[in-house]
Ligand binder design. Structure first.
Ligand code: ADP
Ligand code: ASP
Ligand code: MG
Length: 409
């Protein structure tokens, strides 16, 4: 008999009827003799609703109070799920993050888990209870409520599975696994049987929000068997694996395509082509705690450079104003921004052993007349920045250029 940590996302618990259906699913596992710890998200739309309320009160809501507010969403769901489990004749007990005690650092709205007390959960399980834990939240050493960032219930699930040494962490959601790309964008996307941690980490960090990045990092670090499955249908889902045999097998060149619309481009034009200039520009941005993603520098004919980089869309105005401030000192000609961009990435461990992947990617985009504005690569991914309006076309073109719509042999 096993121990499973099962996480159910917002859509899966979006109505009281759906919560009742989740209860039936959990009871099904219990009846087979397994121990189950359930992690739930807030009902779908609830976290967004709470954030909007906060923004009505303060333009930049106080982070501590924001966490007090948004953590309530998950508290509603744990109570409702336990009520229905009890109504169906099963003993269950709900815990907020603080009650478990999921200890985090004090970085409100993006806290990291440091430790989890497992004694109470263990004694509940040994007494035959179903344990239900609020996702997305914890408590810091001073007793302040913290939250783990959007999508953070995935990380709660994986962290609990690691702490309890569960046999598997199962992420139940509204799709039946991890697909070659977002199935809501490309109809012919296919479910992957398995994907390596490394690839999943790239997919998540390049925009595939099916799993929060931190949950994948955590699962890789603690070797937690992790599976993504559908709440609404039965099936094997997708296993995220370290499996060496799989890693050594002949890999498809590209396993998946990720994309993201959250970035914007900032350029500073006509800066001198001299040592120290790029460092001055990028340190000023870094000092303001703005993360930079893709960077490109072009040397113009007159010995001046144009430096372009991307940042999160929320940071673009701040980044531009920092550049305006230093542009006189640098003798720059102009600062320009563009938030109508998107990043499309191909990901696959098979790229390590194949040549010509980039040219295949670029010619697929060229065939659709899509201009590439910036490029960045690493060992297992290639990303390009393109005009936002071509995003879906680009994803579809790449999906077929790398034959992802065809089942693996
Ligand atoms: P939950 O509320 O259960 O946490 P999310 O909305 O966070 O669910 O994640 C599931 C969604 O992730 C899917 O509905 C799908 O649109 C999206 N998604 C993006 N990329 C992928 C992918 N490669 N495979 C599967 N789903 C993906
Ligand atoms: N409810 C939180 C969110 O919407 C956490 C989660 O669902 O994982 O981001
Ligand atoms: Mg999610």
């Amino acid at each position: 008999m096993g121990l499973f940590v099962q996480k159910y996302g917002g859509t899966s618990v979006g109505t009281t009827d759906r919560i009742k259906a989740v209860a039936d699913k959990v009871i099904g596992f219990k009846k087979q003799g397994h121990d189950v710890v359930v992690v739930v998200s807030a009902m779908s739309g609830e976290t967004n609703r709470l954030i909007a309320l906060a923004k009505d009160m303060q333009e930049k809501p106080d982070p501590r109070e924001m966490d007090v507010l948004v953590s309530t969403g998950e508290q509603v769901t744990i109570a409702l799920l336990c009520m229905t489990l009890k109504d169906k004749g099963y003993d269950a007990k709900s815990y907020t993050g603080g009650q478990v005690k999921i200890l985090t650092d004090s970085a409100h709205t993006k806290a990291r888990i440091q430790n989890i007390d497992v004694e109470n959960m263990r004694s509940d399980l040994s007494e035959g209870r179903i344990v239900v834990v609020a996702g997305f939240q914890g408590v810091d050493e001073h007793g302040n409520i913290t939250t783990l960032g959007r999508g953070g219930s995935d990380t709660t699930g994986v962290a609990l599975a690691a702490a309890l040494k569960a046999d598997e962490c199962q992420i139940y959601t509204d799709v039946d696994g991890v697909y070659t790309t977002d199935p809501r964008v490309v109809e012919s996307a296919r479910r992957l049987e398995k994907i390596t941690f490394e690839e999943m980490l790239e997919m998540a960090s390049l925009g595939s929000k099916v799993l929060q990045i931190r949950s994948v990092e955590f699962a890789g670090k603690y070797n937690v068997p992790l599976r993504v499955l559908s709440t609404f249908s039965d099936g094997p889902g997708t296993l995220i694996t370290l499996d060496e045999e799989y890693a050594n097998m002949e890999q498809p060149v590209v396993s998946g395509i990720a994309f993201n619309r959250d970035e914007a481009k900032v350029s500073i034009l006509g800066v001198p082509d001299a040592p120290g200039v790029a460092s001055k520009i990028l340190s000023a941005i870094g000092d303001a705690n703005i993360e930079i993603d893709v960077i490109v520098q072009n040397v113009a004919a007159d010995n001046n450079n144009d430096l372009t980089f991307t940042v999160h869309r929320n940071d673009v105005e701040k980044a531009a104003s920092i550049l305006e401030d230093i542009s006189e000192e640098l003798g720059a000609r102009k600062v320009v921004t563009d938030d109508k961009i998107a990043k499309v990435s191909i990901v696959g461990v098979g790229m390590r052993s194949h040549a010509g992947v980039a040219s295949r990617m670029f010619s697929a985009l060229a065939n659709e007349n899509i201009n590439i504005q910036m490029i960045t690569t690493s060992e297992i991914k290639i990303s390009v920045i393109i005009d936002e309006k071509y995003l879906e076309l680009a994803v579809r073109a790449l999906h077929s250029a790398f034959e992802l719509d065809q089942a693996a042999e």
